[in-house]
Ligand binder design. Structure first.
Ligand SMILES: NC(=O)c1ccc[n+]([C@@H]2O[C@H](COP(=O)([O-])OP(=O)(O)OC[C@H]3O[C@@H](n4cnc5c(N)ncnc54)[C@H](O)[C@@H]3O)[C@@H](O)[C@H]2O)c1
Length: 448
């Protein structure tokens, strides 16, 4: 970045993000957002698919260290009829060549977790908006680094947490904002998804199946399973924490103050491998990540939050949301709502009817555009939210403070467990600004 621009960006940051990066930071191309992608594996490809569907996005460059991923991406772009993207590959630093390009406004990072922190920092230093897949960094310090770099450069950083845009989650948020549940006192959520066939893979299909991980496997089994071996803790808190945060205005009048985690024994992954391939050495590994990890969080305004990480056991999918207040409750697991004086006494009602009635205005407006996009349409929303912010040169709707808040739960929960379930202070990444910030998430159509 030129020195003059750097000073300007620094001044913007000092003003506390009220002014956003000036147009001079971006070359701008007839309202089109010029994207670079770092990591085009399973998730990167779904963001590629979103980009290809839009007339306001140009995919300028892609970077990946595996030819297999690049080939799938190259062929997909060719099939769409859009121009080929310039490719960067050849080593862990190949992404730096992509970041050197002056004709890229923003990057989508969808690499394994250990690369998010360095790649995002380098991207912000290169003046590119960052849309990064879940997990901002591995350590608490990594999360501070992301905040400090974003503040110093004035470049927005957004965790692409799609569940914040799930239709029922947004309908529940709409109900919360209309006071249907009364004053909110307790919330739950989590990542409760049988991932065993993703964590083990025989190298034949990107989508898993088998008992291998590491170099012999494909996609997430190549790298993610190692985290389950090495680390206890809530490894994936953002699907639960992101939506919960918006319901109780975290970083906008409220904040997480401390947390404590508990973790069960780890049996699920060994049992899975042993069942499929008796005697396989992967069944003998001492997986450190407990099968069910629960984290309780206190909030400045008195609410409690419980997050669950549960990905190693047989179970149907449910993120297990619960929003509970002085007038009623939503439970995701039985898809039911109870609103006192409106529901029959002590009887659950199907959530469906309530959510149709309180469908979020953004979903009503955009359901056709979202139809067919990944994960029930929420992938269109999260991608669109990022693109709109880049286009308008505004702050991203999930900003850097919200991004690191939902992600830092991982190292804090690991530390709590390592210290015998000791409570951990939650960092105030906003440095007091949470007291005066307001929650603008999904309040209007200017970028969600
Ligand atoms: N929000 C969601 O619903 C969702 C769903 C799936 C994955 N994810 C997240 O997306 C991210 C990627 O997951 P995935 O499923 O696509 O994994 P993946 O293994 O399928 O893809 C990762 C890609 O990154 C490439 N890569 C590895 N190191 C690199 C480097 N240094 N530079 C460039 N490329 C590199 C790999 O070759 C691979 O193609 C993770 O953070 C994951 O948690 C989110």
């Amino acid at each position: 970045m030129e020195r003059r621009e750097f000073i300007k960006a620094g001044a913007i940051a000092a003003a506390g993000f009220t002014i956003l990066p000036s147009g001079s930071l971006f070359a701008g191309t007839n309202g089109k957002v010029r994207l670079g992608y770092i990591g085009v594996g399973a998730r990167g490809m779904s963001h590629i698919a979103e980009g290809l569907l839009r007339d306001d996005v140009e995919i300028i460059a892609i970077c990946d260290i595996q030819e297999r991923s690049l080939k799938i991406c190259r062929e997909h772009i060719a099939k769409s009829g859009k121009p080929a993207a310039k490719e960067y590959t050849g080593g862990l630093d190949a992404y730096k060549g992509l970041l050197d390009r002056k004709d890229i406004d923003a990057v989508i990072i969808a690499t394994p977790w250990q690369f998010h922190h360095p790649q995002a920092i380098d991207a912000m230093k290169a003046g590119k908006y960052v849309g990064c897949e879940v997990i901002a960094g591995l350590s608490v310090q990594d999360h501070w680094d992301i905040v400090h770099t974003s503040e110093k450069t004035g470049i927005p950083y957004m965790t692409l947490e799609n569940v914040c845009y799930r239709r029922d989650v947004m309908a529940a948020l709409n109900m919360v904002r209309q006071g249907m549940f009364g004053e909110i006192v307790h919330l739950e959520g989590g990542y409760q998804h049988n991932l065993r066939s993703v964590l083990f893979n025989d190298g034949k299909s990107y989508y898993g199946g088998g008992v291998e991980f590491g170099p012999k496997a494909l996609s997430e089994a190549q790298w993610r399973t190692q985290y389950n071996i090495d680390q206890d803790g809530d490894l994936y808190p953002t699907h639960g924490a992101g939506p919960v945060m918006h319901n109780i205005n975290i970083n906008a009048g409220n904040r997480f103050t401390n947390l404590v985690s508990f973790s069960s024994k780890a049996r699920g992954l060994s049992a899975y491998v042993e069942e499929l391939a008796p005697g396989n050495p992967n069944a003998k590994i001492n997986y450190k990540n407990g099968d069910v990890t629960q984290t309780m969080i206190n909030c400045a305004n008195g609410e409690t939050v419980m997050l669950t990480h549960d990905t190693h056991l047989p179970r149907p999918y449910s993120l297990g949301f619960r929003v509970q207040g002085t007038k009623g409750i939503w439970m995701d697991v039985n898809q039911s709502i109870y609103i006192e004086k409106q529901s029959k006494d002590d009887e659950w009602e199907p959530a469906k009817a309530w959510f149709e009635k309180y469908d979020h205005p953004l979903w009503k407006k955009h359901d056709k555009e979202a139809a067919g996009a990944g994960h029930g349409g929420m992938d269109w929303f999260v991608f669109n939210a990022f693109i709109q912010a880049v286009k308008q040169k505004t702050q991203t709707p999930i900003d850097v403070y919200d991004s690191v808040t939902m992600s830092v739960i991982t190292p804090l929960s690991t530390k709590s467990l390592a210290e015998g379930n000791k409570p951990q202070e939650f960092p105030d990444f906003t440095k007091g600004k949470w007291q005066t910030r307001t929650n603008k998430f999904a309040l209007d159509d200017s970028g969600f």
